[in-house]
Design a protein around this ligand. Structure first.
Ligand code: S3P
Length: 430
């Protein structure tokens, strides 16, 4: 689906962003592992998180979908059902990387995981490595890609040093650690989103975090309290960026997650000169069981370039394409470093962002692990292709709103992966 997004003179209004995708995936997966039913309020209704509900249904969980909440009746930690044929994860990388943590501990049962064309180019060796150390067996296509087969075994705790900060890989190992004998430790080179730790902590699991080490111990069973999913800051970030870029705008984004492991983008735009007021959580070493939420008050304003350092990358990973877009309007140069991971997302987000924004008139160069943008006061507009990547589709639309001539976004429907109402929400602000 191709959509033309015309430039606008200002944006005004209030948006409640869709429920958090990362927390929704985790709530459904942990719910399926629990012995008691769990109620998830405000579960994200989008393509990725529907894939997760379908996957856990196939594994034996009962899922009831109500207008305001979902109830997941799990199978227990060690009793996932056998599944005939592949479990389809669709476009969902988080599902593909977290679910194996559970399945690896299903002794004597084997599972095949597969997904769409984008998933088939995203490596799973990063989870295969720690899961093999814990005792599971995995056969992946060409040694590292989906579809892959996972043979469940009795798992043993490990201490795993992540080669690259990744919340998905960390979460996979922590989930496996619930079933493994002993205490499992993951060492992170830099902090990444910690929703798995918070959910486990609120379920009474002892989760310890200190000096970059996160540990969990073996559980007999998992019982979860009701879960309330906050608004997704990564979805809200597109609305926030539009509010910053379109002159004269004033927006309120309500009830959004401000977990400190997710707010890197807000700290970056603040440095660039944007004004986004909210009650952001301060970084802390101990794991807090609560997911903090805040309203965010956004005002447009002049921007200056900034350098995003490698340590900031995991805290803003999905928002880095927006940093490139903001850089087009900023005075001076905006540089993102240490973000090679962007090449392994739903698309190669370094190559696609550079190619897409150049087509709209940007002065932007790709580097091996990021990009450098020369601010030129704005973008001309033109045609922008999403390449099946939801965040690129929304990036193109925001570029259109702030551009001189408007942007035709090719493949706008990809936004349904995380934010199906994105265009409707934007329309209420114009
Ligand atoms: C996610 C973690 C991030 C992010 C992805 C969702 C998660 O990936 O890009 O969209 O829910 O854990 P990393 O594994 O690179 O942290």
């Amino acid at each position: 689906m191709s959509v033309f997004v015309a430039p606008v003179t200002r944006l005004r209004g209030t948006i409640q962003p869709p429920p958090d995708k990362s927390i929704s995936h985790r709530a459904a997966i942990l719910g399926a592992m629990a012995v008691e039913p769990v109620t998830i309020r405000n579960y994200l209704d989008a393509a990725d998180t529907t894939s997760t509900l379908n996957a856990v249904r196939r594994l034996g969980a009962l899922v009831e979908e109500h207008p305001e909440h979902v109830v997941v009746r799990g199978t227990g930690l060690r009793e996932a059902a056998p599944v005939a044929g592949p479990i389809q994860v669709g476009n969902a990388g988080t599902l593909m990387r977290l679910l194996p943590g559970w399945l690896a501990g299903q002794e004597g049962r084997s599972y095949v995981l597969d997904g769409d064309a984008s998933i088939r180019r995203r490596p799973v060796d990063r989870i295969a490595d720690p899961l093999r150390r814990m005792g599971a067996a995995i056969e992946a296509t060409d040694g590292r890609l989906p579809p892959f087969t996972l043979h469940g075994r009795r798992l043993h705790a490990t201490e795993y040093v992540l080669p690259v900060a990744s919340a998905q890989v960390k979460s996979c190992v922590l989930v496996a650690g619930l079933i493994a004998d002993g205490t499992t430790v993951v060492v992170e080179p830099a902090p990444s989103r910690d929703h798995t730790e918070r959910l486990l902590c609120s379920a009474g699991v002892r989760v310890e975090r200190a000096g970059g080490r996160v540990s969990v111990t073996n559980q007999d069973e998992l019982v979860l309290d009701p879960i309330e999913v906050p608004g997704d800051l990564s979805s809200a970030a597109f609305i926030i960026a539009a509010g910053i870029l379109v002159r004269g705008s004033r927006l309120l984004v309500t009830s959004t997650s401000v977990n400190w492991t997710r707010t890197g983008f807000l700290r970056i735009v603040e440095r660039m000169g944007a004004i986004v007021l909210g009650d952001l959580e301060e970084p802390a070493e101990a794991v807090c069981p609560r997911e903090p939420v805040s309203d965010l008050d956004v005002t447009a304003g002049p921007l200056r370039g900034t350098v995003v350092s490698p340590a900031e990358v995991p805290l803003a990973i999905d928002e880095l394409p927006l940093v490139a877009l903001l850089g087009c309007w900023a005075e001076g140069t905006t540089v993102v470093q240490g973000a090679h991971e962007l090449r392994l997302k739903e698309s190669d987000r370094i190559a696609r962002v550079v190619e897409g924004l150049r087509g709209l008139g940007a002065r932007i160069e790709a580097t091996a692990d990021g990009f450098a943008v020369e601010g030129t006061g704005g973008l001309r507009g033109g045609r922008f292709t999403a390449h099946g990547d939801h965040r690129l589709a929304m990036l193109g639309a925001v570029a259109g709103l702030a551009s001189r001539d408007g942007v035709e976004v090719v493949g706008m429907d990809a936004a349904a992966v995380s934010y199906p109402r994105f265009l409707d929400d934007l329309a209420t602000l114009v």
